[in-house]
Design a protein around this ligand. Sequence first.
Ligand SMILES: Cc1cc2nc3c(=O)[nH]c(=O)nc-3n(C[C@H](O)[C@H](O)[C@H](O)COP(=O)(O)OP(=O)(O)OC[C@H]3O[C@@H](n4cnc5c(N)ncnc54)[C@H](O)[C@@H]3O)c2cc1C
Length: 462
Amino acid sequence: MLIEKLKSIVGVEGWVDEPAVLESHLTEWRGAYRGKTPLMVVPRTTSEVSELVRACAAERTAIVPQGGNTGLCGGAIPDSSNTQILLSLARLNRIRSVSPDDYSLVAEAGCVLADVQSQAREINRLFALSLAAEGSCQIGGNISTNAGGTNVLRFGTAREQVLGLEVVLADGSIWDGIRSLRKDTAGYDLKQLFIGAEGTLGIITAASLRLFPLPRDLHTAIIAVASPGDAVALLSDLRSQLSDQIQAFELISDRALRFVMRHIAGVRAPFAENHPWYVLIEGSVPGGQKGFDTVLMNTMDRGLALNAIVAGSLREADEFWRLRHSISEAQKSEGASLKHDVSVPVGRIGDFIRSAESAVQKVLADARVVAFGHVGDGNVHFNISQPKSQSLEQFGGYAAALSDAVYSVTLAFNGSISAEHGIGKAKRELLRKVRGETELSLMRAVKQALDPANIMNPGKVL
Ligand SMILES: Cc1cc2nc3c(=O)[nH]c(=O)nc-3n(C[C@H](O)[C@H](O)[C@H](O)COP(=O)(O)OP(=O)(O)OC[C@H]3O[C@@H](n4cnc5c(N)ncnc54)[C@H](O)[C@@H]3O)c2cc1C
């Protein structure tokens, strides 16, 4: 009965129940989670979303919102009960308005991130959020996970790009909080509740987004360094030399680069020789390529860098970025991988990587640590690839102990167990262990107030 009602709300084009079509929506990007659903609805308007939620609320049926399904914590995958309705935002994908003078645009939740970026570029503006999955992740998913990516250092996370939200609440009512104001202290800032809530408090249907002027004199370089500690010292030095105009500062370990060279077609190594670590940096540097060369020569003279190449063309810059963006894909080809998306204070990155590596090796000497990430934000993707000597089952037997080792070191460094990927299903238990009772009961109180029947993405986060 409910299923028929949901189908009638969205019409024949707006639902799917064929197993073959549903397959990719029911499997997480890495294949770590699989779920079941009796129906996926694909509404085209906010009022359709509202009607769908109202109908589900009346039957106390759970809804799992899904964007591009690139999340890495299982948050967008229904459970295995075959009762949860999957709600894809893919057809709610219009840019509603652009406003160059306000430096803002309003996008519906299903707009693909790369499309939002190009809409902004068309009016000579920058939408600053950028991540490797930008060709398929959606702005609603980005906001719901408070995504980070490569430009956080200069422009902040998804949270900082949001000026206003439109949200369908758990009873089906619509909260129209679409505003483009820079200043607004009228009451609680409710949009903040839904940012990073992973669909557990409501369904984001549209967002007013902040734009920036397009950066000038943007240059990309790849720099070889001896250690993560040196990378942090280099960052500190460059931030002061360049008046904080660095927008990306990505650390890549030699192992990560070797995986990319081995598995990704058409890439080439930046340097003739191998170095222990590399940093990919993008920033606005006056004086063009020559200016950047001079800055980097300075850093090399002072022993902060071993070698450096400034991209001589956009094509070369894209090639450098491709090396960074291909790491996750390349790692897939090396077997199973345990992912730890953690953050620690920026100045402690070097010590953290050293300590975590040694803790991991005490558990499993052959474990292959693949550390990389947004080091300018203190965010390390501390991944561990399956040793060549072990079968998947054998490696699986060590998984819990390896992750415990990484998270213990992270907490000892006053870090976070989730820097940018969120909690989803994957880190639910862990969240309970690391957040105190006061904080957890505040979270539960918010959930209870906004979703008393627990129909919004239940079993995720809390
Ligand atoms: C190769 C690769 C690289 C990545 N790099 C980064 C990176 O650098 N930084 C980073 O932060 N992440 C990264 N990610 C993770 C992922 O891309 C982000 O978490 C992204 O923001 C998820 O967007 P999505 O549209 O795919 O959301 P989904 O995976 O579909 O959903 C994520 C969560 O948000 C909820 N949700 C989705 N849409 C809505 C909505 N409209 N309303 C309410 N809830 C909703 C879902 O229920 C789920 O809980 C990467 C992933 C891959 C595969």
